[in-house]
Design a protein around this ligand. Structure first.
Ligand SMILES: Nc1nc2c(ncn2[C@@H]2O[C@H](COP(=O)(O)OP(=O)(O)OP(=O)(O)O)[C@@H](O)[C@H]2O)c(=O)[nH]1
Ligand SMILES: [Mg+2]
Ligand SMILES: [Zn+2]
Length: 295
C-alpha cells in the first residue's frame, strides 16, 4: 500500500487519527522519529504508510512550526483566550500571562470575553478596547444569546485555533455554538466555588464547515513563563514604543528613574492593569530565575 500525508487530529491511548484526503486513518507510531524521542502530537503533519483503507502507521513527523506543552499540540495558528466577565470572575493577570505565553510560542492570541449576557456591559466594552487599542483581536461573546459569534467565527476561518482559559468560562459552550454538529460536554458551574469542574478532558481537532480546525482544551490556571526577566517587557507590545525613551537601556520599568513606560502609565496612555500584570509576571519570572540559580 502507498504512503500518504495528513494531519493528526486526535490521539488516544497510543492511536493517532490522521486526517488525509482519503479520510481519517487510524495509525500507530512506528517511524524512525521515535529514536529521536519525538512523540507525535495532535496538530502534527505526519507521513503515513497505509496498511489498508482505514489503517496505517506513522513513518515520519514533519518539522513543527510550534509546539505547546499545555495543551500538548503542535502547529497551531491561534489561541482563543477565553475568560468570562464573571462566574468565574475575570483574572486580568492570568489573561495577560496567557497572551505572553502565546506570543513566546509564536501563536496569535485572540481575546474572547464570554458571558457578556450576565452583567457589566461597560466593563466588557472597556476591556475589549484595551486589547484592540494595542493591536489584538478582541471580541465579547455570549454562548447564551449568540452575541459576537459571527465575529468570533470570522477569526476562526481557515485557521487552526485552540480555545484556552480557566475552567467554567464557556470554551466548550462556544465551540458547540460555532457548529451545530459539534456536541462537546459542558459543565455546570459550581455555585459555591464560582468555578468550573474540568468538563473537558481529551485533546482533539474539530474540523469546521467554513474551513479551519478548533481545539477544545480543559481549563487550567497554572502556566509557566520560561524566559529571562529582561525579555518579558518585549511581550507587552504597547511598551515597546516607549521603552526606547527610558533613561536606561535595560530599564525593567519598575522604579528606575526617568522611565518612559511608567510615565505613559501615569498619563493613562498605557493601561494601568496591563502594567500591573507586567509587574506581577516580572516578579514570577524573577522568582523562577532565583530558584534556578540555587539549584
Ligand atoms: N450566562 C452564560 N453562561 C454560560 C455562557 N457560556 C457558558 N456558560 C455556562 O458556563 C458553564 C461552563 O461552560 P463550559 O462550556 O463547560 O466551560 P469550559 O470553559 O468548557 O470549562 P472546562 O471544560 O471545565 O474547562 C456552563 O454551565 C455553561 O452553560 C455564556 O455566554 N453565558
Ligand atoms: Mg470544556
Ligand atoms: Zn522604563
Amino acid at each position: 500500500m502507498e504512503r500518504i500525508q495528513g494531519r493528526i487530529v486526535r490521539g488516544i491511548a497510543g492511536f493517532y487519527y490522521v486526517a488525509t484526503e482519503r479520510g481519517i486513518i487510524e495509525c500507530r507510531a512506528r517511524g524512525k522519529f521515535r529514536k529521536d524521542n519525538i512523540i507525535p502530537l495532535v496538530g502534527d503533519i505526519a507521513e503515513v504508510q497505509l496498511v489498508n483503507e482505514k489503517e496505517g502507521y506513522i513513518l515520519e513527523i514533519l518539522p513543527r512550526k510550534n509546539q505547546l506543552v499545555r495543551p500538548p499540540v503542535a502547529n497551531v495558528d491561534q489561541a482563543i483566550i477565553v475568560f468570562a466577565i464573571s462566574k468565574p470572575e475575570i483574572n486580568r493577570v492570568l489573561l495577560d500571562k496567557m497572551i505572553v505565553v502565546a506570543e513566546i510560542n509564536k501563536i496569535e492570541p485572540v481575546v474572547c470575553i464570554n458571558k457578556v449576557d450576565m452583567e457589566k456591559r461597560e466593563e466588557v466594552e472597556n476591556l475589549i478596547n484595551v486589547y484592540r487599542k494595542i493591536g489584538y483581536k478582541a471580541v465579547g461573546t455570549s454562548a447564551v444569546t449568540g452575541e459576537g459569534m459571527e465575529e468570533l467565527k470570522s477569526y476562526l476561518k481557515d485557521k487552526i485555533s485552540f480555545f484556552a482559559g480557566p475552567s467554567g468560562v464557556g470554551k466548550s459552550s462556544l465551540i458547540n455554538l460555532i457548529q451545530s454538529n459539534i456536541r462537546l460536554k459542558t459543565g455546570e458551574l459550581s455555585e459555591k466555588l464560582g468555578r468550573g469542574r474540568h468538563t473537558t478532558r481529551s485533546v482533539e481537532f474539530l474540523p469546521l464547515d467554513f474551513g479551519g480546525y478548533v481545539l477544545d482544551t480543559p481549563g487550567f490556571t497554572a502556566l509557566e513563563i520560561d524566559i529571562p526577566k529582561k525579555e518579558l517587557r518585549n511581550y507587552f507590545r504597547e511598551f515597546i514604543e516607549f521603552q526606547e525613551n527610558c533613561r536606561f537601556n535595560s530599564c525593567l520599568h519598575v522604579n528606575e528613574p526617568d522611565c518612559a513606560v511608567t510615565e505613559a502609565v501615569d498619563e493613562g496612555i498605557i493601561d494601568r492593569q496591563r502594567y500591573i500584570s507586567y509587574l506581577t509576571l516580572l516578579r514570577e519570572v524573577k522568582e523562577k530565575e532565583k530558584r534556578r540559580y540555587k539549584n
